[in-house]
Design a protein around this ligand. Structure first.
Ligand SMILES: Nc1ncnc2c1ncn2[C@@H]1O[C@H](COP(=O)(O)OP(=O)(O)OP(=O)(O)O)[C@@H](O)[C@H]1O
Ligand SMILES: [Mg+2]
Length: 336
């Protein structure tokens, strides 16, 4: 009886994988079929990873959403209590600590929501160079004197379709990671370029649409990462740093933000040589960039006597919003 075909997997020293299929012929001898499976295996791995992160994202965003509503109730209630306390009241100090904890909780849930791609984004055509130029002095202060900062200027850049405020947070997260990876001095380079991701690239990476992107590369000359760290960096709460140092959500936020913006993020890293994070943001088509907006001053809550319709599906949040508005003198109508 002729045996069925036998299949072997082989991985070459350069990392390419091959499938060898040996089929015995009835007349004797055999046929050996060799298939290069490198691309297929890479694509499958990319798809699995995308599905895994999407599943974690759905879970975290769901929890974060409910948690946010609870925090809104807490903050609103604390504000109401605070308004009723004298400035000399010793309870004020406890109240402020509780408010601080709520703010911290809110910023955590914000990052989780970002990872789960459920943020309220306000994308608009943005010149990335303007965003970065505005951040340079803040970045210099954050990085410290031992890290040189270079912003590579490029001309003819396309505008990107992106929420600029969230982009600033993403860049800050990347800069903080670079700072942590450069303990003894080094360099951080920010570079922007027009980029086309072609069909071939899109096939290799799950969830990438071929097209025109504005690419922002953040490169550091730091410690770099071994492959086992690199494989997990986008996971929320994955860290190699001391417990309690940060929220460990920096790259998770960057990842979710890039995905939700219709973009892509890729990381290249070599232990001992440094890391480059490439953020691809979709090109804004058919637009002329608007003039830069002047800074807006902080809002002061206006008192008034008008009637306000509060529309909110969460009962507790609705109640707090109502109380705050009533305290400001407004008449409130409710709708769930
Ligand atoms: N530029 C980098 N160089 C070397 N390792 C990095 C770099 N960026 C990220 N990492 C690795 O990826 C891990 C996850 O990064 P992430 O920003 O998500 O969280 P974190 O930096 O540990 O915590 P947090 O951002 O909340 O302070 C880091 O702990 C670190 O091991
Ligand atoms: Mg970080």
């Amino acid at each position: 009886m002729a045996a069925g075909p036998v299949t072997y997997e082989r991985t070459r020293a350069d990392g390419r994988t091959f499938e060898l299929r040996r089929t015995a012929m009835s007349a004797g001898g055999f046929v050996l079929t060799v298939t290069d499976t490198t691309e297929r295996i890479r694509t499958e791995a990319s798809l699995r990873e995308a599905q895994r992160l999407r599943a974690i994202g759905q879970l975290t965003a769901g929890i974060a959403h409910d948690f946010n509503n609870l925090l809104a109730v807490l903050v609103g209630s604390l504000e109401l209590v605070q308004a009723k306390l004298e400035e000399s009241d010793p309870a004020l100090q406890h109240l402020q600590r509780a408010m601080w904890a709520c703010e911290r909780g809110a910023s955590l849930t914000q990052q989780l929501v970002a990872f789960g791609r459920k943020q309220a984004l306000a994308p608009q055509p943005v010149n990335l160079l303007n965003v970065l130029a505005d951040m340079v002095s803040l970045l210099r202060r954050t990085l410290g004197d031992h890290i040189e900062l270079e912003l590579v200027e490029t001309t003819g850049l396309w505008p990107a379709m992106v929420d600029d405020e969230q982009l600033e947070i993403a860049v800050m997260n990347l800069a903080l990671n670079a700072r942590d990876a450069i303990p003894e001095g080094g360099k951080l380079t920010l570079e922007i370029a027009n980029t086309i991701l072609d069909e071939d690239y899109a096939r290799r990476y799950a969830e990438v649409e071929p097209g025109e992107y504005v690419m922002l590369a953040v490169s550091d000359t730091g410690t770099g990462m071994p492959p086992e760290v690199l494989a997990r960096v986008f996971e929320p709460f994955f860290t190699t740093k001391e417990v309690g140092k940060g929220a460990d959500l920096g790259l998770s936020m960057v990842f979710g933000f890039a995905k939700q913006s219709g973009g892509h993020v890729a990381i290249y890293s070599e232990p001992g040589y440094g890391t480059t994070v490439r953020l691809y943001l979709p090109r804004a088509l058919g637009v002329i960039l608007p003039a830069r907006q002047p800074d807006q001053s902080p809002a002061i809550l206006p008192h008034g006597s008008a009637t306000v319709l509060v529309v909110e599906d969460n009962a507790a949040v609705r109640e707090v919003a109502t109380n705050i508005l009533r305290d400001l003198g407004y008449r409130v109508r409710l709708a769930s």
